[in-house]
Unconditional design. Sequence first.
Lengths: 495, 1212
Amino acid sequence: MKKRRQIDGHCCGRIQRRSFLADIGMGFTGLALGSMLAEDQLAGAEAKSGQSPDGLPHHRPRAQSVIWVFLSGGYSQMETFDPKPALNKYAGKTFQETPFENPLDSPLHDKRSRSVIEMVRDKYSTIFPMQIGHRKHGESGIEVTDWWPHLAGCVDEISFVRNLWTTDNDHAAENQIHTGRHMLDETQPSIGSWISYGLGSVNDNLPRFSVLGGPTRADTRSSFESYYLGPQFSGVPLSLDPANPLPYGKRAGDVLPQQQRNEFDLIGKLNQLSGVEYPDDPAVLARIRAYELAYRMQTAVPEAMELAEETKQVEQLYGLDDSKTKVAGQRLLAARRLVERGVRFVQVYPTDYGRWDSHKNLKVLHGQMSESVDKPIAGLIKDLKQRGLMDDVLVVFCTEFGRTPAIEERGGGTDGRDHHPHGFTVWLAGAGVKRGYVHGATDELGFHAIEPGHYVTDLHATVLDLMGLDGRRLAVPGRKRLEIDHGQPIRDIYA
Amino acid sequence: MRITSLLSVLVIAISGSLVSAEDPVDYEKQVKPLLRAHCFACHGSLKSEGGLRLDAGQLILQGGDGGAVVVAGKPTESSLLERVGSDEDDLRMPQQGRALNKKEIQLLSQWISQGADFPAGDMPEQDPSLHWSFVAPQKAELPELGDIAWSQNPIDRFIAARHQEIGLSAVGPASPAALLRRVYLDLIGLPPTAAEVQAFLADPSAQAYQQVVEKLLADARHGERWGRHWMDIWRYSDWYGRRQVNDVRNSFPHIWRWRDWIIHSLNEDKGYDQMIREMLAADEIYPQDDDRIVATGFLVRNWFSLNYDIWMRDIVEHTGKAFLGLRFNCALCHDHKYDPISQQDYFRLRAFFEPLEVRNDRVPGGPRLAKYIRYNPGSGASLKPISAGLARIYDQTLDAETFMYQLGDQRDLFPDRAAVQPGVPAFLGALQTPIQEVALPAQAYYPGLKPFIQQHERESRHERAAAAGKSLDTLAAQSDGDSDAETAAVKAAEELLADRIKQAADNQQPRPQALKILQRAIAYWDFEIAVEEEAKASSWLGDRTGRGHRLEVRANGDAAVVAAPAEDWPANSAFHRLPSGRVNRTAAQFKVNSTGSASLRTRQKVILEKPNWSVVAMVRLDKSQLGLQQVVVAAESGWALLASGEDESASQLRLLHYHDGSWQAGAAEPASPPLRLQVGREYFLAASVAENRVQLYLRELGSKAELQLQVIDLVGEGSPPLESMLSIGDVDGTAWWQGMIDEVALWDTALEVDELAALAGTQAVDPQVLAARQSLMKARAKLALQQLPVRHAELELAAAEAEVVAIDARLAADNAVYRDQLAEGTTVEELKKRASQAVRDAAAHSAAAAVAAQQQKVQQLKVAEKPTPSELATAEKELMMLQAQSAAAQQATSEVSSGYDLLSPTYPATSTGRRRALAEWMASRQNPLTARVAVNHIWMRHFGRPLVESVADLGRSGTTPSHPRLLDWLAVELMENEWSMKHLHRLITSSRTYQMGTVAGPQRKMNMARDKDNHNWWRMEDRRLEAEVIRDSLLAVSGQMDATIGGPVQDPAKADTIYRRSLYFSIHPESGGQIQMLGLFDPPDPSDCYRRSVSVVPQQSLALVNSGLVLDVGRRLTGRLTETIAVTDELAAERQFIQSAFLSVLSRQPIEAELEICLAFLEKQRQLFKLTPPVADATTEGAVAVSSDYRVRARESLVHTLLNHHDFVTIH
C-alpha cells in the first residue's frame, strides 16, 4: 500500500497522524492554539468546557477523511441506482390502476413534502416508464442503469442505500441534506463543519474543510456553514486555479518573496516580545503559530491544486481529456489530492446548481449529466483503490432528493419527473463500508422508502461514526440538538 | 399480558447484571441528575402530570394519581421501571425526548432494589416562578467587605468583596497607554491617534482619564461602535433572498434607516426602555414620527415574503431572546421544558404580532411608492428592491386571529381550539397597559398627507409649469419665420411630383410582354397609406385609376376601403392609373389588428369563371414572429403559402393545401435550400393555379435570382374552389401579416413562368414618381416638424397648468377630507368633485400632449436620413395607442365623479394597540428580565465575558450569574437612571475593575490556584478586536477614514477602496453579504449573534499580510510619518520613525528590544530593496504604489509588519 506523501516533515500515514494529534491536543481556539498550548504545558489548564473538542476521535475511527460528492438538483433514483421494472410494466397507468397500494394515500406523503412557500404542490400519478435500460453488474450483481457504464464497473466497491428520505419538497433540500434541518426549522451546522469541529485537520497547511465547485449558488452557502460552531469550522471554497486558490492566499505582486520572508520573521520576533509582555494572553502563541502556518499555506494550497503534476494516465482516468467530463474530473481529482494531504472533509460539487433538476426532458438531461459524472467518479474510486486509500477515505455520493415515479404533468409536461423527497438513493464507498452491497429499498414503484427508511441525518450519523465521532458528545451547551439531528448510523453497511 | 412479560425480561436482564454491579447507587449524584434531565419537565415543579412528581425522594415514593410508582427494594413492582423500559410508544416514558438506555434503567433499578434511599435534606425543585431572574432585581447594599480603599465605585465594591471571600488579590492597573487604547476601542471602536496618546501620557492628573471617558461618550463614533453591538443582538441584516436575481425575500431594502436610528439613539443616550418601545411599537405610540417609526426595522428584519409563519416565529424567538433572555422558541412545539412558558404562552406572544404587514413609505427626495402586495405562492413573481423608501411595519389585519398548531407544523392546527388572545406568561406579571385600539392620525394611515409630500407634489408641478412656459417661449421665438423655407419646399415638391406623374403617364413603357399581361388583369390595386395629421385613425388609399379611397378603421379594428369623392382627396393624391382591364375595387377589404399589422382580404368571394387563375403581389415582411405562421397568400379552402418564422429575421416558406379540414404540407417538400422571406426586403410573389396544379413563384426585387416554388398537385385532393376569398397576409383573421402589401393583381388565367418573370421585371412604380413622392412626404414632414414642437410645447404647458390646478384641488380635497380644513362656502363633496374634475382635465391635457410628442417623434423618423422601417412602424403604433388614450381621456372629462388619485397608498385608520401594550410591559421597571439582559450584554462587551454566560437565556436552563448581586445592582442602576446606557458605560469604564492590567503578575500563583479561569475578575482579560474594529482601525491608522455617519449601505465588494466604517457595508447571510476580509475574523452571523466567537486561524494572517487594503494603509501611513521626521542623522531618523510608527499603529512606544529588532529589520530590507527596484503591481487597481526610495520602502515594509502585530488586533 502506498502511503500518503509527506508534508513538511510530518509523515501523514495513519498511525503517525494519530500520534501527532495525541501529542498536540487541541485547545479552544482550534488546532493552532492547541498545539502551542500543549508545547507550553498549558493545554490542560486552559481547556474550557463548551469549547471545541480536543481533536481526538471518541472511538476507533474506520475512516480518516471524507469526500462528500453532492449532485445538485435531485437525480432520479429510478434512472440511476434503483431501477424499477414495474414502471415500464405500468407505464401510462395511474398509481390506482396498479396492484400496488397508492403511495399518495400514505400518511407519510404529506409529512415528507413540506414546502417553504405557503402553497400546495400538485400530485402526479401517471406512471412514467424508466428512460434508460439497466442491468446487473459485478460479482454482487447490483443493478445500475446504462447511463453509468464506468461506475457500473465499480459496484463491487460500493454500498448503496436505497431508502433515504427528506422532508423539503423544494431545492432548499440541498441545504437540508447537509445540515439535517428543513429550511423552516432552526439552522444547524453542516456535516462537514461537525467533522472539522470534531477532528480538525491533520495538515494545518490546508483548510481543514475544503469545498470544490461550490457554492453552486449564493443561497446554498449554508450547505457548508458552521453557524454556532464558529467560522473557522466552515467549509473553505477553493478555486481550481493554482495561481489563486484561496482568498488572500497570494502575495501581492509588488512584494518581494524575500521581503515577505523577512516580514514574517519580524512578526514572529515582535509577537514573541508581546508574549513576554503579556504572558497571560493565550492568543499570542496561537497567533505566532497562525503566522507560521499562513506562510506555509501560501505554498501548500497552490501545490495541492496543481493538477498538472498528475500523470497522463490519471488525467485519463478522471476524464480530464474530454470536455464533457473535464469539470467533474478536475474537481474530483483535486478532492483526491486534498484527502491525500490530510484534509478531513472535502465537499465536491461535480455539477452546477440544479443541473439534475429534470422537470422536463429527463431523458436528455439525465443522460448528459450522467455522462459528465460517470467516468470521473468511477475514476476517483479506481484511483483511491490503486493508491491504497480506500481504507482511509470514505466517499459519499448523494443528492438532495429523488424524482417522482409519475410524469410531471404541470404545464402539459410529458417527459419529466417532479421533486421527490419520499425515497431516493445515495451511496458510500471506501473506508469502513461493505463492498458490493445494497441496503434498503423503495416500494415497487420507487416511491416511498420502505420502513424503516433513513432520514438524511442517518447519513450524517454514519459518517460521524465511521470517522470515530459521537455527534452527541460534540453538542455545544446552549445549542439544542434534537433526536432527529443526531440520527442513527446505518450500521448494516459497515464492513 | 404484554407488559408483564416485558417486565420480566427486563428484570431478568437487570438481575443478571446486578451480580456484577453491587456498588451502592448515589441518589444525589446519579439518580437525581438522571431524573432531572429526563423527567422533571413533566413530573416536577413545572408540571406534575398524573399527579406525579419525581423531583424529590419523598415525592417519588409518594407516587401519583395512579398510586405508587416506586416500591423500595422491589424493582419488579415499581411501575416507573415498567414505563421507562416499555417498547410501546404510547406507554414509554419520557413521552418526548429520547428513551432511557439500558445503563440508565439499570441504575434506577439498582437504586430501587437498594432501598430507594435519599438523603434527609432532599428538597423538591424550587417553585419556577422564584427562579432568580423571574423575581424583580433589588439593589443590594454595597458590600463593605474587601479592599475598601481600592475603589468606591460600586462595581469595584462587589468585585472586591468577592476577592476577599475567595482570597484573590486584584492585579495592578494597566499601563496608561494600554488603558487609553482599551477605552478608545471599547467606547468608539477605534484606537487613539498618536497625538491623543502623547497628550494622555503627558497628563498625569487623575482627571485626565475621566476626561477621556467623557469625551469618548460624547463622540459621535460611540454610537457607531455600540450600534454595531446592538445590531448583533437585534439581528440586523440587509435584504436577502436571491440576490443573484434581485429577489427580496428576507429583511427589506433600506432597513439601514433602522441602523441609523440605533446609532443616533445611542449617541443621544435615548433610554434603553424607550428604544424597546420604539422598536416594537413606534407606529402605535408615535404614529406621526417617522424618525422613531424606522425603529420598527427590528420587526421588519424578520420578515420573510414566502412564509409569514416564519416571520412570526422569528419575531417571537428573537423578541424573547433579545429583550427577555428567554427561549420562547422552545415552546413552539410543546410546553417549555424548563421555564413556565406553555405552548399557549408561545402563541399568545405571537398574537401581539399577528396583524402585521410590511410597508414602504416614501422619503423626502425619494420616488412615490406602491403598496407592498403580499407574495402570491405559485406566481413566481419576485420583489425587486426599490431605490429609496422607509421600511416599517403596520397592523394590517386588525382582527387577525392566532391559532395554535402542533409540533411546529403550521399545517396541523389543533382541532376545535379557539384563537388565542395576546398575552404574556403569568410568571412575568400582567400587562401594565391594557390592549386598546389606537386611532391613528390621518397622516399615519395616509402618508400622502405628509407636508414634505404635499409640498413636493405642489412644487414639482409648479416647477414643471414654469419650465413648460419657458420652453414654449424659447421655441416660439426660434420658430418665428423659420417655417417659410419648409412651406416653400413643400410647394416645390408638390409641383415636382405633379410634373413627374405627368411624365410617367406619358412615358410609361413597360416591356411589351409585361404590358400585355397586365392588361389581362381583372383587378389591380396599388396601395399607399398616408397618415394625415388630423385624420386620427383613418388613412388614404389610392389606386392606379386615379381614384382615392378612404381607409376607415372601425371600433372593432376592422377596416374598410370606401371610395371617396375627388374633393376629399388629400393634396398628395398622386395615384397611378390602372393600365386597363376590369377593376373590382369593392372586393377588397383591409384589416388592421391592434398591433397595427395589416392584411388584405377580398371582401366578397372572387368568382372565378374557370379553374385557371393567378394572383401576384409585392410584399415586404417587416417583422417575423417566431413560431407564428403567417399566411402570405391564400385561397380559402384551397391552398396557402405559409411563412413560419424560424428566427427574428426570416420566415421559411411552405406551401400548404387544405384537405380533410386542416392545412397540410404539400406532397412534395419545398425545394432546397428552404425558401425564405428576409425581413426588410421586397418580393414579387405570384401564385398560378392551373386546373389541379398550383405553382408558386418568388423573386426578390433588385435581385436576379428567381425561384419557382414547389408545385402542389391537387389531383385526388379535390379541386380548388372556383369561389374563394383571396387573402394576402392572413387566412382567417387570426394569423397576421406584419409587413407591406402593394400592387396586388388578379388574373383569370394561369400565368406561365416566363410571364410571371416578365411581370416581376416590370418597374412597379415609376422610380421618378416614387422619388418625387418621397421628397414631398419628407418636405411635409419637415414642415410639420417645424410646427409640431410649438404645438407640443403649447399642449405641454396646458397640461402642466392643468396639473397645477389639479394638485391644488387634490390638496384642498385631501385637507378637507382628512384634516377637516374646509374653507367657508364649500363642502367636502364639492371639493372632491372639483379635484376629480381637475384630475381628469389634467389627464386629458396630458394625453393630448403625449400624442403631440409622439407625432413629433414619428415625423422625426420620417425625415431621418436613413429611416428604419421597424422603428417608424413601432412609433406609429405607439401613436395610434396614444391617440386612442387621448380620446378616452377626453371622453372622461365629461363624466361626473368625486374620485381622484391619492398621493400615496392608504392603510387602516386604527392599529390594534397590541404591540404598544407589549412594549410598555417589556420596557417597564416591573419586568424582571429586561434590564438584567441589557446589563449582561453591556458588561460582556466591556470585559469580554458576561456575568451570565448564556446571554440569550436567563431562564432556568441558562447558567447562573457569576455575580448575581452586581448584576441586579447594575440592572436597578440602569432603570433608576432613565435606562441610560451611557451612565453604565461611564460607571464601568471608571471602575478599577475595568482599569486593571491583564498580566497576572506576582499574584499569579495564588490567584490561579483559586480561580484559574478568572471568573471573579482578579485581572482584566486580553481580547481580540472584532472584525469591524480591525478594518476600522486600519482605516483610522491610515488617516483616510471617511467619518460620514449613516446613510445607504455600501457595497462590500468595494470595501478596499471605500473608506467608510465597516458597519455601513451591506451585511446579509448570502454569498457576498459581508466584507471579504471581515469574514475571516468571526463576523456576526446576521441571523443569530447574541455573542461572537473568537478564533485565531492562519487565514486571518494571510488576510492581514496579503490584503491590498493593509498594504495601502501601511504605505500611506509611512508617507505621512516620513514627512514628520525632522532629524538628519540617519540612525536617529530611523529610530524616530520606528517610535512614531509604534505610536500610530500600536498606541505605545516601542521598548528597547523592539527598537533594536526593528532597526535591524530596516537595515536588512534596505539592503534588499537597494538591489531590487520596485515593480508596479499590475493586478491591483488604484493601489498605493511602492515607494521608489529604498529607505522609505523599507519603512513601508516595517509599518506593514506592525499592522500584523498581535497587539494591533488585541485589546490588552
